[in-house]
Design a protein around this ligand. Structure first.
Ligand SMILES: [Fe+2]
Length: 471
């Protein structure tokens, strides 16, 4: 089609796995203090048997690992061997329903059919295993080195049917890992989990929901966990009956406003509940409590749910729905729930905001994020730059990679020798040469040439989330 953009070529074909392979440095030098592994997860396969999936979120998860060692870098790329992936591989066709598609076949075959756990959203690196995360179900455990799939993992605490979302929050000071999962059904609720540093769930909590909303991420802010429930309501019955998928059963209901639930991180019980104006967010950058006791939360904010339509269009290779976001800041009193307002702090289309891992839950001077280059038609292009926002002086430092280059979500890595030094890792799809590379930037030099570029043996599809595990 005439308006097909270069990004579409990275996902036009199912991604090709590769075994552990030495990676060539094609530019610069790997920093001596960069030792460990980058892991990234993405939908690697968006069609089977000539049929496209219904939404970007439906693709089968595939994991990229890039290892930085004293002897150079290596990479490996493997699909997560979920039960659904194996069954569909054996049949050579799509079988299951998912977020954006119903199960295949006549409608009486779709009733009460389980959806496929796509294991495609993010990764959590634990001391002895890697988890591939998907918010509708349990995580899959994988071998940290080979990426071979061991199977579903309950973290010694997830009961039958309990989900573990794709956005755990790690407190580096205590080793605590917080996460949540939504239980749908007659009495929908948000389950909250605290794990120790091994991933083992050691404490649980819950709060009830009045409907089934769309909660993708949450916030760790000082002594609180904070949930922002957007005014989205799932009409559950057609989904259970197999007539409709989740995506098509979500209704934008701005009259509900945004519900805010503040949880005490020690007791996992509700501190306050309140309501604010309607907006939508997939992702939070961070949260903290300032000296005056005010809870501050930054996020990539959308006006409504149109972003979901844009993401639904991605697997077709051509998008046309604009869904502008910006970086916004919310302030509220965590004890009373009094909402003190939301303001735009950076009016640029953006998502995947984050802070250096050591700053999670605390005030962070810098927020890293993916953005659109100036002049980009956001109805037709996916995010095509990465940037660093400096909260102290309000400035933005951004990459300029040129036309048809698409960097993934920026991952901050603290240098092993100099903790004041950070590196930003991103996997870049070069649409001009149809190849993928790993680029390393100085965390304070995103507007300069990267420190190092490594070539990957195969094209890596655009990915959602990743993590770093220090050696
Ligand atoms: Fe996400």
């Amino acid at each position: 089609m005439s308006n097909k953009k270069a990004w579409a070529n990275a996902i036009a074909q199912p991604a090709t796995e590769f075994p552990l392979t030495p990676l060539s440095v094609i530019y610069g030098k790997i920093p001596a203090g960069l030792r460990g592994s980058l892991y990234r997860n993405s939908p690697g396969r968006l069609e089977r048997g000539g049929i496209k999936v219904g939404h970007w979120f439906d693709g089968d998860g595939a994991i990229l690992a890039v290892n930085f060692t004293d002897d150079g870098a290596t990479g490996v790329y493997r699909y997560v061997q979920t039960a659904g992936y194996q069954a569909e591989t054996a049949k050579g066709k799509l079988i299951y329903g998912n977020y954006g598609m119903t199960a295949r076949g006549a409608f009486w075959n779709r009733w009460l059919k389980p959806v496929k756990n796509a294991a495609n959203t993010s990764v959590l690196a634990l001391p002895d295993k890697l988890l591939a995360l998907w918010e509708g179900g349990k995580p899959h455990a994988l071998d940290l080195q080979t990426l071979s799939t061991w199977g579903l993992d309950d973290l010694e605490g997830l009961s039958k049917g309990q989900a573990y979302s794709a956005h755990p929050k790690i407190d580096e000071q205590t080793g605590d890992i917080f996460n949540f999962g939504i239980s749908i059904g007659k009495n929908p609720q948000v389950n909250i989990y605290r794990s120790d540093a091994t991933g083992k769930i050691v404490q649980t909590g819950a709060f009830p929901l009045t409907n089934v909303p769309l909660i993708h991420d949450f916030v760790l802010a000082g002594q609180y966990l904070v949930f922002f429930i957007p005014p989205v309501e799932l009409n559950i019955l057609p989904v259970i009956l197999g007539f409709s998928c989740y995506c098509d059963s979500l209704k934008w209901k701005p009259q509900l406003g945004t519900q805010i639930v503040v949880i005490d991180r020690e007791t996992l019980s509700v501190v306050s509940r309140s309501q604010a104006e309607p907006w939508f967010q997939w992702h939070f950058a961070n949260g903290y409590v300032d000296e005056g006791g005010t809870l501050v939360v930054d996020m990539a904010r959308y006006e409504d749910l149109q972003t979901n339509q844009f993401l639904k269009e991605v697997p077709t290779g051509v998008t046309h729905t604009p869904a502008k976001s910006n970086l916004s800041r919310v302030q509220l009193n965590p004890q009373t729930g009094r909402f003190m307002g939301i303001e735009t702090i950076l009016d640029r289309n953006c998502d995947f905001p984050s802070v250096p891992p050591q700053n999670v839950g605390q005030n962070s001077r810098h927020t890293y994020l993916s953005i659109s280059r100036p002049g980009t038609d956001i109805s037709q292009e996916i995010l095509n730059a990465i940037a660093c926002f400096d909260h102290e002086n309000g400035t933005l430092m951004e990459t300029d990679l040129g036309e048809n280059l698409y960097p993934s979500e920026p991952i901050y890595v603290r240098d092993a020798h100099n903790h004041q030094q950070g590196w930003i890792l991103t996997v870049v799809y070069d649409g001009n040469t149809h190849c993928s590379q790993v680029w390393v930037f100085d965390s304070q030099g995103l507007d300069q040439e990267p420190i190092c570029k490594l070539t990957l043996p195969e094209v890596i599809p655009h990915s959602f989330h990743g993590t770093w595990k220090a050696a």
